[in-house]
Design a protein around this ligand. Structure first.
Ligand SMILES: [Zn+2]
Ligand SMILES: [Zn+2]
Length: 296
């Protein structure tokens, strides 16, 4: 199968040190024959709104290109952190103890990862008015961190499930970003130990089948798309499990978008061809991919 779209591309405006520039992205997309593609920098909370403003200016300055869209990748945030950030109450979030070690968040650039109440209310930190003003045509919603849940596989699976359902149901979200992707990282303590052995890949195999099924039901009922994003490395058997589950979603009628999650230029054609090969092996065809309903 051939992919003719990519809706998950970060530019150098993204808060995570991405470096791709719009001219390079457009050139690569044309060369690869994409019919639709879009830039989607991070908005974890409104702390990142200035990044999106700059990306929008650059997008407009480049000028219209057929099939080229402006989107964002928005994080499932907590009401607690959004309130802190709205109040500029950053200092109280800078340093805290995590798993017996001092953990320092230098800035709230990725949101406030620790210190909030476990399982509190969720939020995406942008309003419909801001979406219109910034000309955002589509929103990819992603789970990027816990809702202050204890970092063990069981609790983190429940947390990720809850956040994913929140995003799928949210009226502003069009696409669920990389389903379950960060689970292995947050189900363990590699964030403080820096030991790759503490990335709990085994958590993927503990996701209850009912959770996958419920998410498929919510996606189809709400007319939302799920993203296929193969940028995250996982052990082979876990990858197989993951791809089989996504193929299971397809059988239940879920439609997908493709996202390369490009952070570093140049855009790799070879990687894209590898992805197409994998998708073909798991029975995907062009018909399984759809377009978000672009806001105009
Ligand atoms: Zn993401
Ligand atoms: Zn991304």
């Amino acid at each position: 199968m051939k992919l003719d779209q990519d809706f998950h591309i970060h530019t150098h405006c993204s808060c995570d040190s991405a470096d791709a520039r719009i001219p390079h992205i457009v050139e690569a997309a044309k060369k690869l024959g994409y019919k639709h593609f879009g830039i989607s920098d991070h908005l974890h909370t409104r702390f990142n709104l200035p990044d999106i403003e700059i990306a929008r200016q650059e997008f407009l300055a480049y000028g219209p290109v057929e099939g080229f869209h402006f989107g964002i990748e928005i994080t499932c945030a907590t009401a607690w952190e959004c309130e802190k950030i709205a109040k500029r109450d950053y200092a109280s979030c800078f340093t805290c103890e995590v798993h017996g070690k001092k953990f320092q968040t230098m800035t709230p650039i990725d949101g406030v990862m620790y210190g909030g109440p476990a399982g509190g209310p969720l939020q995406v930190d942008i309003t419909e008015e801001e979406i219109r003003r910034l000309g955002i045509e589509y929103l990819i919603g992603g789970v990027h961190k816990p809702n202050y849940t204890d970092q063990n596989p069981k609790d983190m699976i429940d947390d990720f499930f809850n956040q994913s359902c929140f995003l799928i149901r949210h009226r502003s979200i069009d696409i669920l970003a990389h389903p379950w992707e960060m689970l292995a990282f947050w189900a363990g303590w590699s964030i403080v130990t820096k030991d790759p052995k503490d990335v709990r890949y085994d958590a993927f195999s503990m996701i209850p089948r009912e959770y996958w099924d419920e998410m498929a039901k919510l996606l189809t009922e709400n007319g939302k798309l799920a993203e296929i994003n193969l940028s995250f490395k996982m052990p082979e058997e876990i990858f197989h499990l993951h791809m089989s589950s996504l193929a299971g979603w397809r059988e239940k009628g879920v439609k997908f978008t493709f996202g390369s999650d490009l952070h570093r230029a140049p855009y790799s054609e070879e990687k894209l061809r590898r992805t197409e090969k994998v998708l073909t092996e798991y029975g995907f065809t062009e018909a399984d991919f759809a377009l978000p309903k672009f806001r105009k």
